[in-house]
Write a new protein. Structure first.
Length: 339
């Protein structure tokens, strides 16, 4: 497992203690555009072991319905809620304005804390400020590493997407890649675009961004197939989410391309693809850990005044690589849907 990070990350990284076999990840953010709003309560989770008063925490993400990445985040959040005697109310919408409305709903309900992603930071700015002004502690996770402090959040849990991208670019160079197509499944999503920008910075060859509609996998497949047919010099396809990566392997085959596929983020099917060699490697940002820490941090703040990173540094949950050399260490966890 490669745990080396560019020197930039060491200036502000707060390391999270994890099991020795854990492999750090990058989806950030994952996800794409499109999809309808989903809002659900996780009230069925066990009350857990904490003896502190029952509190309500709202988790509000930019998840696209059907993206399994967010299932993993939610499982982590539910585990922390069960331990901490927290009622977790989860809601999501990939549209920035709609996500901001969900934050306003949480404010109106006078929740005890809010955990939020900032994939569209400008759209979220106003309502996040209202939450802070109302005295509701807010933490960020998964998306918004460059914006959480500006918006007055207490803490942030995730990876630096530019650093993760640079690490991927350097790895591709070491593997002898010459031309990379970086597939962005949601235009304007800052975390995704930062990943591809980082790949370009770290890569010694040529990179080209390819925008697709991640909410429509047949469209992703046809767009990528056409690109690979049009440009046979592309020798690596880098995707930013596990479902897109799996679709990319089909496009490579359909396009008669010799390109290899690498990706950000994991799921159980992606792990199998690494094991069978159809995908070379993945960057794992540990979404379960992001969800767990986001909820647990709010409980710690409310019950004991604690906050990680001193309010100035993010808690980084990635990146590191999962490939054939270490995939066995995470395969069992991925099968359970927690990695």
């Amino acid at each position: 497992m490669n745990r080396s990070l560019p020197s930039r990350s060491r200036r502000f990284t707060v390391l999270v203690a994890v099991a020795a076999t854990a492999v750090l990840t990058v989806t950030g953010c994952s996800s794409s555009s499109g999809g309808k709003k989903s809002e659900e309560s996780a009230g069925g989770v066990s009350a857990g072991k904490a003896t502190t008063p029952r509190m309500t925490i709202a988790m509000i993400t930019h998840a696209v319905p059907g993206d399994t990445f967010w299932d993993t985040i939610r499982k982590g959040a539910q585990a922390a809620a069960a331990k901490d005697n927290v009622k977790l109310v989860y809601s999501s919408d990939p549209n920035g304005g709609n996500q901001a409305n969900l934050v306003q709903n949480a404010i109106d309900q006078k929740v005890d804390g809010i955990a939020v992603t900032l994939a569209k930071p400008d759209a979220m700015r106003g309502t996040v400020a209202k939450a802070v002004q109302a005295g509701i502690p807010v933490v960020g996770f998964n998306s918004g590493v460059d914006d959480w402090k500006k918006q007055g959040l207490l803490e942030y849990f995730g990876q630096d997407e530019t650093v993760a991208g640079e690490a991927v670019g350097k790895k591709l160079s070491s593997l002898g890649a010459k031309k990379v197509a970086c597939v962005i499944q949601e235009q304007g999503q800052v975390a995704l675009e930062a990943r591809c920008a980082g790949v370009k910075q770290g890569f010694s060859g040529t990179t080209e961004n390819l925008f697709v509609n991640g909410a429509d996998m047949p469209s992703v497949k046809s767009t990528l197939t056409a690109k690979l047919k049009q440009d046979p010099s592309i020798d690596y396809v880098v995707t930013l989410a596990a479902p897109v990566a799996l679709t990319a392997t089909q496009a490579v085959s359909d396009g008669g391309s010799k390109a290899k596929v690498a990706t950000f983020d994991l799921n159980k099917d992606l792990v199998k693809a690494i094991q069978d060699g159809s995908i070379q490697f993945a960057v794992d940002q540990q979404p379960y850990l992001q969800g767990y820490l986001a909820v647990d941090s709010l409980w710690l703040y409310k019950s004991n005044g604690n906050y990680s990173g001193g309010g100035v540094a993010p808690v980084l949950t990635g990146p590191a690589f999962v490939d054939k050399s270490n995939v066995a260490a995470v395969a069992a966890f991925a099968a359970k849907g927690t990695r």
